[in-house]
Design a protein around this ligand. Structure first.
Ligand SMILES: [Zn+2]
Length: 251
């Protein structure tokens, strides 16, 4: 099985964007065990489905704890990861659009200096729009502006021209996917499933590790219980989306 793994914040709040440091430490130990190969995102996708079990690790939003808590654990095992950065909020907080969301912790985001330190430690930076905009709600010019301003800021402040992109909130549309495809080699969504052969490079699914945070859940990788867990979570998310169209879109 091949998959792209999603983390947001590594903290003890128990929120829908959080995985605890204790669980993350266990995840790192499993990922470093050799059971599954861990590749940089671009390498995983370029390899295709010929190489057997493999994953890529991604972090959305660039929380400060990605640098202070997660990165030391990843680095201890030599595990690569991509961090999707929101330039308009770098060094600030995750109050996208100036709004805080009930149940979501108000968290510091990494500064440009801290992001630069991560790059020196071989982190890959990816793009996540300029302001964490939901591209599904924007017209073509609005999408272009979010993508181009975000990209220019990454180049200016981090000295990095990203080749990967994550849709904020998983929000996409045919227009958005076309604009992203024209700018980035690979783009990831929040569609909860492993990779299949022949994926659209601009609309890649991921596995949100929030749904795999129970003890032993990730260690069941590839087993029927692991697939059953994903299937159950996917159904739950679909039901919630149907009942509350804006619910669950927090990161
Ligand atoms: Zn996000």
């Amino acid at each position: 099985m091949r998959a792209i793994l999603t983390y947001h914040s590594i903290d003890d709040s128990g929120s829908p964007i959080s995985v605890s440091p204790e669980v993350f430490r266990a995840h790192c130990a499993f990922l470093a065990s050799g059971r599954v190969r861990v590749l940089p995102l671009v390498d995983l996708m370029r390899e295709g489905d010929t190489g057997g079990d493999a994953v890529a690790i991604t972090f959305d939003d660039g929380f400060e704890n990605t640098g202070t808590v997660a990165w030391p654990m990843l680095a201890a095992h030599g595990l690569p990861a991509t961090v999707f950065v929101v330039p308009g909020h770098v060094g600030k907080f995750n109050d996208w659009g100036g709004r805080r969301v009930p149940g979501i912790p108000h968290l510091s985001l990494l500064s440009w200096d801290a992001l630069g330190q991560l790059v020196m430690q071989h982190a890959t930076l990816g793009a996540h729009t300029m302001t964490h905009a939901n591209l599904a709600g924007l017209d073509a010019s609005g999408i272009d502006e979010e993508l181009d301003r975000g990209h220019a800021a990454m180049v200016q402040h981090a000295g990095v021209a990203p080749t990967t992109f994550a849709y904020p909130y998983g929000g996409t549309s045919p227009v958005a996917a076309r604009a992203v495809r024209a700018r980035y080699e690979f783009a990831v969504t929040t569609e909860l499933r492993p990779l299949r052969s022949g994926e659209d490079a601009a609309l890649l699914p991921r596995l949100d590790m929030y749904y795999v945070r129970s003890p032993g859940a990730l260690e069941a990788w590839g087993q029927p219980s692991f697939h059953a867990r994903l299937w159950t979570r996917r159904l739950g998310r679909q039901a919630r989306a149907w009942l509350h169209p804006s619910a669950g879109r927090v990161a």
